[in-house]
Design a protein around this ligand. Structure first.
Ligand code: MG
Length: 614
């Protein structure tokens, strides 16, 4: 199928939008008329701009409040339509979108609506144009697509078809029955795809602010496209997204997201489902560390029981290990890490993911329009392939073969000092914090590329505002990435964004089997203090043994329990925006201690105030 995007979906001038749409690889563009009226060139300039970029202008939209109007509006509407036809000739487009009437003057008469549409379709035929009729979910008498279809049928003109917009259909709770059973493919004038989270609100407000790309929300858009494909539909799928964050984002980034969404939709509905590679583990986390601030971070890692075990053969890069956790510390000048350090300070500059098939994972990343990153490997060294991930960070891919690990070739073992470790075993989860405009993109990055499952959002109350979190996790449950954002100026997520100058990894959680021993090794001074009131509440909620409660309290440990098991955890103080967590899961507990998040957020805010930043 061909791919298009309506200009209303992204930000910028018409020129910026066209460039972004073309660079993202779309075939066509729908012109939302406001974009044209705001443009300071002629319609012919717009046509030339599209031609130069290889884009087809697939439609001019929307033509509003046309059908079933009494005089004098009826006559005015035909005049208005003629003027738009002139515009369409200049733009070089042949399709016009008519959306169902919302005027208070419209007459409730399907035959009248059909007669008007037939008359206009005949005028369109003489110009070589096609008209599409779309039910707006808040249309006065035509709000459902089966009603719009009834009118198109009554109008019975070869130059008039129906426009199917998944948002309008599903926001009203329509089923696909009418499409499946009644609408022939040649009467579909255009298909617009839009998704949205499931929300209970007035439908116009819902439509204008909360739409998102298919795959980013909860509506059954893939089922809709499957139904179209089953019928043999093979024309444009076009995004028509009204979303506050999209309008405040980079047009290119959102256009690329839109392209990923259509590729994902096509994959979901393809007859040939191919076996896809699986992401199975976090292989390593790489930090950009330089100067004194870098040493502070390394100091905290040492207190968490990490020891330098390897050094890179040719670069100023070392490896700290503990259990199955690999932390790469990069101090190399003229490297991506150095650039990351210059832009963001001490920070996580890359995540490396283990995949079951490296070549397929890279092919998939290319298909999804990811930017590859070329590494600078020395002679005889591994060139670990990478793509640009969240923010300015990289995602490396490593394929594990037998006992061979990525550090066996490029790194030389060093004798670690003999101090005890903290019993940390593996990376439990990696929390990324993003700006609110990147929240949907970040989750969809993991979902579309790696088939990660995305949980519903949870609200975490910070004392300075709400932090919203949703977890992306690999199919085997071993890679878990909570993604956080906030709209509050002083909340934790925004403090991180300000301090680190952009999206990135804010939190790393390690698992262990003895939380008390781990806390002992790390040392009370390094832990985030927990208020006494928390333990009284814990006692009230769980009626813990007094000894256990006392032990938790004396060590600043947090606790949670559900039907599946128990969860013990503690947090370190922040170092340059990043903090660590140590967790012990008991039984089948599979959550993240969300019930304690507000305690952690308040404690972090207190530390922040104490530092005198606020
Ligand atoms: Mg629409």
């Amino acid at each position: 199928m061909k791919r298009a995007l309506a200009t209303v979906s992204i930000s910028g001038t018409l020129q910026e939008k066209f460039r972004a749409v073309a660079r993202a690889g779309f075939d066509g563009v729908e012109i939302f008329e406001n974009d044209l009226t705001q443009f300071d060139g002629t319609p012919s300039d717009v046509r030339k701009m599209a031609e130069d970029l290889g884009l087809e202008i697939i439609a001019l939209q929307p033509f509003r409040d046309f059908e079933a109007m009494p005089e004098p509006w009826r006559k005015q509407n035909f005049y208005r339509a003629q003027r738009k036809f002139e515009l369409m000739h200049e733009l070089g487009t042949r399709r016009m979108l008519i959306c169902s009437n919302v005027s208070p003057h419209v007459i409730d008469d399907r035959d009248r609506a059909a007669a008007d549409l037939n008359e206009l379709a005949e005028l369109a035929r003489q110009e070589g144009f096609t008209l599409g009729y779309e039910a707006l979910a808040w249309g006065r008498y035509v709000a459902d697509y089966d009603v719009a279809w009834d009118i198109v049928k009554r109008a019975d003109h070869p130059n008039l078809g129906i426009i199917l917009d998944s948002f309008h259909m599903f926001a009203r709770g329509c089923t696909l029955d009418c499409l499946r059973d009644e609408i022939p493919v040649d009467k579909i004038a255009l298909v617009q795809v839009a998704d949205a989270p499931r929300l209970q609100m007035e439908v116009l407000h819902y439509s204008r602010h909360f739409r998102c790309f298919p795959g980013q929300g909860d509506l059954p858009v893939a089922e809709f496209v499957q139904c179209l494909r089953d019928k043999g539909f093979d024309d444009y799928l076009s995004h028509e997204i009204f979303n506050d964050e999209f309008r405040a984002s980079s047009p290119l980034e959102k256009a690329v997201d839109g392209m990923r969404s259509l590729i994902w939709l096509e994959e979901q509905t393809s007859a040939q489902q191919q076996a896809e590679p699986e992401i199975t583990d976090v292989e390593f986390i790489e930090f950009a560390v330089e100067g004194e601030s870098g040493e502070e971070l390394i100091g905290l890692l040492q207190r968490l029981g990490f020891r330098e075990t390897h050094r890179h053969r040719s670069k100023n890069v070392s490896l700290m290990r503990q259990g199955d956790i690999n932390l790469v510390l990069n101090r190399e000048p003229q490297s991506q890490a150095h650039e990351h350090y210059q832009a963001h300070g001490v920070s996580v500059c890359a995540l490396a993911l283990a995949t079951t098939d490296l070549a397929q994972t890279l092919a998939r990343a290319d298909r999804y329009r990811c930017n590859r990153f070329a590494n600078q490997a020395g002679p005889g060294e591994l060139n670990i392939p990478a793509i640009r991930g969240i923010g300015d960070s990289l995602v490396y891919f490593v394929e594990r073969r037998g006992k061979f690990r990525f550090f066996d070739i490029d790194f030389v073992p060093v004798e670690p000092d003999a101090s005890p470790d903290a019993g940390l075993q593996r990376i439990d989860h990696v929390g990324q914090t993003v700006s609110n405009t990147d929240f949907l993109s970040a989750a969809f990055f993991y979902k579309s590329l790696f088939d990660f499952e995305i949980e519903a959002s949870t609200d975490l109350p910070d004392i300075y505002g709400l932090v919203v979190s949703r977890v992306a996790s690999s199919r085997n449950g071993r890679v878990r990435i909570p993604i956080n954002m906030t709209a509050a100026r002083e909340a934790s997520a925004q403090r991180f964004i300000s301090k680190s100058k952009g999206s990135g990894v804010q939190q790393i959680a390690f698992s262990c089997e003895d939380i008390f021993a781990a806390a002992e090794t790390v040392g009370a001074d390094n832990l985030l203090p927990v208020p006494q009131n928390y333990y009284r509440d814990l006692d009230a909620r769980f009626a813990l043994e007094p000894e256990l409660l006392e032990r938790l309290q004396s060590m600043n440990l947090l606790y949670d329990r559900n039907d599946d098991g128990e969860f013990f955890h503690f947090y370190t103080r922040e170092v340059h925006g990043v903090f660590f967590e140590v967790v012990q899961r008991v039984g089948g507990y599979n959550r993240y201690g969300e019930a304690n998040a507000h305690i952690r957020l308040a404690a972090q805010a207190r530390e922040y105030c104490r530092e005198g930043d606020l």
